[in-house]
Design a binder for this molecule. Structure first.
Ligand code: SF4
Length: 215
């Protein structure tokens, strides 16, 4: 017989969604504090953080794709960042006729401050046992992949969608995966979610890799 608590219980999916919403509130407050302290609005802050992970620079259209925002919004935000001296526009390295946006030296210094400030969630995660951190990371990677498949977020440069990724290719439980790009074995905690060397795998291979990765 079920208890009164179980009779009035909400679906687990609903409770998980509510818990994630609480975390989202904390993360958003962190971002607002960090960006506001550096005189940036949230879109400008996200663009600066993205450029911090792409030293070779990005075109305006690539920034719009990666952050899932409109081209005019990116254009206005980059213009504001140029005005503040945090980014500059140069020739793209792979095409001299195209323009790429990069951080200036002042922008790189500012990124370090943003990384230091946005630490509330990092501090909470660091209190979890290591095994729980790794499991959480794996679960989040699977959720990101599902969101991509549903078209809710742009494709991330994650190992699980990379043509060089060979999940569970080795017997060593500490380093079961293989990256053919650098030809090394690695473990779950080293899986990347924004790798500069990522090249997309064909859709059916990415799906298969995700299944194998998830066990
Ligand atoms: S190239 Fe990067 S994304 Fe691809 S498998 Fe290797 S580490 Fe992962």
């Amino acid at each position: 017989m079920s208890s009164p608590l179980e009779k009035t219980d909400s679906p687990l999916v609903e409770k998980l969604g509510h818990a994630m919403n609480r975390i989202h509130v904390a993360m958003r407050a962190d971002s607002w504090d960090a960006f506001g302290a550096n005189d940036l609005n949230p879109t400008q802050g996200q663009i600066a953080l993205l450029l911090g992970r792409r030293s070779s620079g990005l075109r305006l259209s690539e920034i719009a794709d990666e952050l899932a925002v409109s081209s005019p919004t990116v254009s206005d935000s980059v213009a504001a960042l140029v005005e503040k001296g945090l980014v500059k526009k140069d020739k793209a390295k792979d095409d001299g006729r195209a323009v790429a946006v990069r951080l200036t030296a002042a922008g790189k210094r500012m990124i370090k401050r943003l990384d230091l400030i946005g630490g509330t969630i990092g501090s909470v995660i660091s209190r979890l046992p290591h095994s729980e951190q790794v499991q959480l990371y794996k679960t989040l990677i699977r959720m990101v992949r599902e969101l991509q498949l549903d078209g809710r977020i742009p494709i991330s440069r994650m190992c699980v969608t990379c043509r060089y990724f060979r999940p569970n290719a080795h017997k060593d439980p500490k380093r079961p995966h293989h990256c053919e790009f650098v030809n090394v074995a690695f473990g779950d905690r080293t899986i990347r979610v924004d790798c500069p060397d990522h090249e997309p795998a064909e859709e059916h291979i990415a799906n298969q890799n995700c299944k194998v990765f998830s066990g």
